[in-house]
Write a protein that binds this ligand. Structure first.
Ligand code: GSH
Length: 196
């Protein structure tokens, strides 16, 4: 059985949701970032990690992509044009959503206090809002890549939820409505219930 290391309210949720989507059982080990438990699986202390047999895999997007390829679900096949477009969307979300939110987190609580620049938050909110508007323009179906849910949908929804948690403004209602619909999926709710 797979093991997911990382607290529910972290990027570990992406991996748990993915496993629920593909109907794979897993044990959840809710380790906090930089805890001894997290370091036992990933010496950097970062979460999430996935244990698959003897292998310990790290990075939420690498893990989701691995699971998608291994189980042939939530992805276009590797080596296709559709996959290249899907991967471009995933990497765009890392640049334009995840990195911005992570910068806000670093300057709010993750960096040592004397290294934080709280004023950067306004600029990050502006950037996130601009990215959300760009995503909204590209969204013309229930999912980012068309009529099938794929890995970037899980990533986008997780980031939009994170933005709400971080009190970023929700100016683009279309994109937040897209995230709300994804939050109603049984697999999302099942992953959430694992942390209850
Ligand atoms: N790109 C990595 C980022 C992992 C990451 O930074 N995780 C956060 C928690 S969500 C963490 O462990 N932070 C602790 C630290 O950076 O020291 C991923 O997607 O898994």
């Amino acid at each position: 059985m797979y093991k997911v290391i990382g607290s529910l309210r972290s990027r570990a949720f992406r991996v748990m949701w993915m496993l629920e989507e593909i109907g794979q059982d897993y044990e959840h080990i809710p380790a906090a970032p930089n805890s001894d438990k997290a370091r036992a699986y990933n010496p950097s202390g970062k979460i999430p990690a996935l244990v698959d047999g003897d292998a310990v895999l790290t990075d939420s997007v690498a893990i989701m992509t691995y699971l998608a390829d291994k189980h042939g679900a939530l992805t276009a096949p590797a080596g296709t044009v559709a996959r290249a477009k899907q991967d471009a969307m995933t990497l765009w979300l890392i640049d334009e959503f995840d990195a911005i939110l992570w910068s806000a987190a670093k300057h709010t609580f993750a960096l040592p206090e004397d290294k934080r620049v709280p004023a950067i938050r306004d600029s990050l909110m502006f950037e996130f809002d601009r990215s959300a508007a760009a995503l909204s323009k590209r969204l013309d179906g229930p999912f980012l890549m068309g009529d099938q849910i794929t890995v970037p949908d899980l990533l986008a929804c997780h980031c939009l939820n994170w933005a709400m948690g971080a009190k970023f403004p929700r100016t683009d209602e279309k994109v937040f409505a897209y995230a709300k619909a994804l939050r109603e999926r049984p697999a999302f709710l099942a992953a959430q219930a694992r942390g209850a």
